[in-house]
Design a protein around this ligand. Structure first.
Ligand code: UD1
Length: 413
């Protein structure tokens, strides 16, 4: 449902620079991380609202914020940890706005908290996690109130990963090791990990739909970039961890190409700095912020020569995380991997044409060379997710384009 009463402050265009920002050890811009934001009534509600929280690391980013909103709608209590290196504190304000004004009576008992912290900051993470220790609650029992963790926080720009591989391995891979060690100490063993279709590497170019067993922790073929290798390494580490101790429940979700935004028109995709993925670049071109969209390769072996991807609405993707958490009750412990994609591919040209037709705006394009590390085709086989998780997509490409236009406040009636 589109909310027509959204105050201007919560509409699109969150990209006002944070007043506090610095450059982290990694040389990647990161706002200061000391701040912690809680709802005023949070501590009170915390005591009353029952035992379970979902910790969402990287919960203010594009996929993270959409997942938080779906969790809140499902009545879950959510704790966000995010250092805002590729997101904005304003997104938390938007989530608070949605939480306060647009939950149904069934889900409005959920609580939301945010800690602006780098998830690798050992001391601050310990302090935060201790807040959710059961002995802080009314029942004096031990253990953590965090019943599940969704880990989104990672660097994800492919080109940057070629230039700063150590930073990528440090944040994405060492970070996961450090996080899981901490979670193990606290007995928090239900984890959903953000993986990527990038782990299929050049297998994608074989032309068929990609299914989970084609790439597993014992080997990967033709990974095309350091970012992709960090995702595969994390999968291998998590798989080994689950094998070593069967009390872990770990689900890795391999995302295909998320696009679109929440139908409310409040949340959207707003990367810091230059956009790297197709849809944000389409949008910036459509809005006149970029002169033209460069189409990387028109000589791929596809129906129109441009590359084909499996574009999935971000709200469908977000729902996949709820299904993954839910599945932990019945799929058995261990390590499980699922594709989150639609099973249908659209070409770059088809994306641009659909957006032109929905927005009724011009999007200038220019054909250029293939981009390093690209594959011509990448489409999910979503069968396992449908059968085991009971999850399937509900939204179309056109739906995603409409939602983006609504977020941008374009007149598309
Ligand atoms: C990219 C990453 C992938 C990552 C995913 C996360 C690369 C090589 N891969 O996937 O590892 O998991 O993002 O979202 O970057 N395109 C243009 N012009 C543009 C931008 C993109 O033609 O200005 C084309 C690309 O060449 C590609 C398609 O659009 O064929 C989709 O690109 P993109 O959105 O970057 O996604 P992936 O390449 O699939």
């Amino acid at each position: 449902m589109y909310y027509s009463d959204v105050p201007e402050a919560y509409q699109s265009g969150t990209s006002t620079p944070d007043s506090i920002s610095s450059t982290s050890d990694d040389g990647i811009a990161t706002p200061a991380t000391a701040k912690s934001v809680l709802f005023d009534e949070f501590l009170e509600t915390f005591r009353e609202s029952g035992p379970d929280f979902i910790l969402v690391i990287g919960g203010l980013g594009y996929i993270g914020s959409h997942t938080v909103w779906e969790l809140l709608k499902a009545g879950k209590n959510v704790v966000i940890v995010d250092n805002c290196c590729n997101s904005y504190v304003e997104v938390f304000e938007k989530l608070k706005y949605l939480h306060s004004n647009h939950l149904t009576s069934d889900s409005n008992k959920s609580t939301l908290a945010f800690h602006q912290v780098d998830y690798r900051d050992d001391e601050r993470m310990s302090n935060i996690l201790s807040l959710y220790h059961k002995t802080h609650g009314i029942d004096n029992s031990t253990g953590s109130r965090i019943s599940g963790v969704i880990h989104f926080a990672a660097y994800k720009a492919v080109a940057e990963s070629f230039q700063k591989p150590l930073q990528y391995y440090k944040n994405n891979v060492s970070g996961v090791i450090q996080l899981c060690s901490k979670l193990a100490d606290l007995g928090i063993k239900n984890v959903v990990f953000s993986s990527s279709a990038t782990v299929y590497g050049e297998l994608a170019d074989n032309g068929g739909r990609l299914y989970e067993q084609q790439c597993n922790s014992s080997g990967a073929v033709g990974l095309t970039n350091p970012y992709g290798r960090t995702k595969w390494m994390c999968e291998a580490i998590l798989s080994d961890l689950a094998f070593s101790d069967p009390t872990w429940n770990i689900v890795a979700l391999r995302y295909f190409n998320p696009i679109g935004c929440d139908e409310s028109g409040v949340l959207g995709e707003d990367p810091r700095g230059a956009a790297n993925n197709l849809m944000p670049i389409v949008v910036r071109t459509m809005m006149g912020d970029l002169p033209e969209l460069q189409i990387f390769g028109t000589d791929w072996d596809t129906r129109d020569g441009t590359a084909i991807r499996d574009f999935i609405h971000v709200s469908d993707l977000a729902m996949g995380h709820l299904a993954a958490l839910e599945s932990m009750k019945n799929i058995g412990s261990g390590y499980h991997v699922f594709n989150l994609g639609t099973g249908t591919g659209y070409s770059v040209d088809e994306i641009v044409n659909t957006m032109r037709s929905v927005s009724k705006r011009d999007i200038p394009t220019a054909a250029t060379q293939r981009r390093d590390g690209d594959v011509g085709m990448c489409i999910a086989d979503p069968t396992k997710s449908a059968t085991v998780l009971g999850w399937q997509v509900e939204r179309s490409l056109s739906h995603a384009c409409h939602d983006i236009c609504r977020y941008l406040r374009l007149d598309i009636a």
